[in-house]
Design a protein around this ligand. Sequence first.
Ligand code: SAH
Ligand code: MG
Length: 220
Amino acid sequence: MAAAPEPAVLKAFEAAKGFMPLDEGLALYAAAVDAARLGLPLLEVGTYCGRSTLLLADAARAAGTTAVTVDHHRGSEEQQPGWDYHDPETVDPELGVMDTLPAFRRTLYRAGLEEHVIALVGRSPRIAALWRSPLALVFIDGGHTDEHASADYEGWAPRLAEGGLLVIHDVFPDPADEFTGQAPYRIWLRALASGAFTEVSATGSLRVLRRTEAGSRGRR
Ligand code: SAH
Ligand code: MG
């Protein structure tokens, strides 16, 4: 039987703000369970309100490792007021700017997963520049511009251990399907072209690749 998230975690996933459909969530969870066997941390770029973090956290808990999630919590371009993916509830009423950290903390607390997650608040490339530990999984679901997606790939993919998994969300090979650009698709192509990864699975717009040579080599 394929591993499944705890029922309470699935309920929390459905209740959390966010855009990831369940089939993609289950594929992310399966990748997290697979990767967590390496006994290394699972890293996510793009926490938002914690919907996908829950699944990494549940897999980390089962394997005795930790999920690390990175976000400045001010939202991506398409989540700002006036854009398609804006949720007015994510605006800090005092400052009038987005702040998804409170919703994220509620999501994790309610699911009882706080102790399995380390949340890093800041810009992904600034955090990646300080990061030296090998990772079992890198899940890229942050900014969708070429600038952001490329920086996430360049900053985090080299930290993947051999056998670790690179997971990329919002990969749309057909421009007719995309809703926030094809930058995630372009980094997926780049990972394949680097020769350091092999394809594992594709579920909706979620792509899973396995690192076949040790991290920090084959950086392209
Ligand atoms: N993984 C989440 C959705 C993430 S939405 C889920 O499935 O529910 C994308 C998030 O990336 C937003 O919260 C935004 O604030 C964050 N983000 C965008 N660019 C970023 C950057 N350069 N550094 C850190 N976070 C960034
Ligand atoms: Mg996404």
